[in-house]
Design a protein around this ligand. Structure first.
Ligand SMILES: Cc1cc2nc3c(=O)[nH]c(=O)nc-3n(C[C@H](O)[C@H](O)[C@H](O)COP(=O)(O)O)c2cc1C
Length: 249
């Protein structure tokens, strides 16, 4: 046991987690779910000012070219990205795809269709949008303003002094609302939540390349500091992954 941030931290917890969340034939309960208790898969900041985003359309490169060109970029040319580009990226990463049988499906797959991942954007330099912290409202395809201001210094520090966070035109942060998946999958949900986030991040990476932009994924960050920037409690909802977005050199 070690102690960090006021908590006892158990060593080798990863191995234990992997073992404890295995499925065995006898561990599958076969109990049916109470669908009336299914958590709402959309977060909405009801009191927030909203910024509508244009239709998410773009001229894109062919998929094979995007796959060949995608790479982690950590330097960015200093000029704004457009609201149209941001709109396309937010839709492409995990926006609404179709509504069917009372469910709304997204551009990325999600275990059980529970969509535990929420998307936030730190705007550093986007035409027509003040610098600040925003939540992406999937249903309305709009941004909800959480707080305006220049957070480049804070985000770089919170991501272990990774300066690319201050150089990028935007930083996307993906949080998990753990309860959405735990409702069905209990502790195994954590496996699925991280897999969901990977799909979403790759959608963003390829979509960015398809319109001439670039990304770099970020898994190295101080959790508490990042959650503070995005105004999250870190318990019910916590940032689990981020990505820079901007103009490549
Ligand atoms: C889960 C994950 C976390 C990552 N975290 C960081 C990070 O914190 N900082 C960074 O510079 N790159 C990060 N990367 C990018 C990798 O370093 C990069 O993908 C790898 O070196 C391969 O290079 P490529 O992306 O150009 O193909 C991360 C990638 C993944 C998939």
């Amino acid at each position: 046991m070690s102690k960090y941030g006021g908590f006892q931290v158990k060593e080798n917890i990863g191995d234990e987690f992997q073992r404890a969340t295995k499925y065995y034939l006898e561990s599958l309960s076969g109990k049916s779910l109470d669908w009336t208790k299914m958590p709402e898969p959309f977060k909405k900041y009801r009191a927030a000012s909203t910024i509508p985003l244009p239709n998410p359309q773009a001229e894109t490169l062919p998929l094979a070219e995007c796959l060949k060109k995608r790479k982690s970029v950590r330097e960015f040319v200093q000029k704004p990205i457009s609201k149209e580009q941001l709109s396309f990226l937010l839709w492409a990463q995990n926006g609404m795809r179709e509504a069917k049988r009372g469910f709304i499906f997204r551009t990325a797959p999600s275990a059980g269709g529970l969509y535990p991942i929420e998307t936030y954007v730190q705007v550093n330099d986007v035409e027509g949008i003040h610098a600040g912290i925003y939540h992406y409202n999937v249903i309305g395809h709009q941004m909800e303003e959480i707080v305006t201001g220049d957070f480049r210094r804070e985000i770089s520090y919170a991501c272990l002094e990774q300066e690319m966070c201050g150089k990028a035109q935007a930083v996307v942060a993906w949080s998990a609302i753990f309860g959405r998946s735990k409702w069905k999958y209990k502790d195994r949900a954590y496996r699925y939540i991280y897999l969901d986030a990977g799909h979403i991040a790759q959608n963003l990476a390829l979509a960015a390349v398809s319109i001439g932009l670039a990304t770099c994924q970020i898994g190295a960050f101080f959790d508490d500091e990042v959650n503070k920037i995005f105004c999250l409690d870190g318990i019910e909802e916590s940032v689990i992954y981020l990505s820079t977005v901007g103009h490549p050199p």
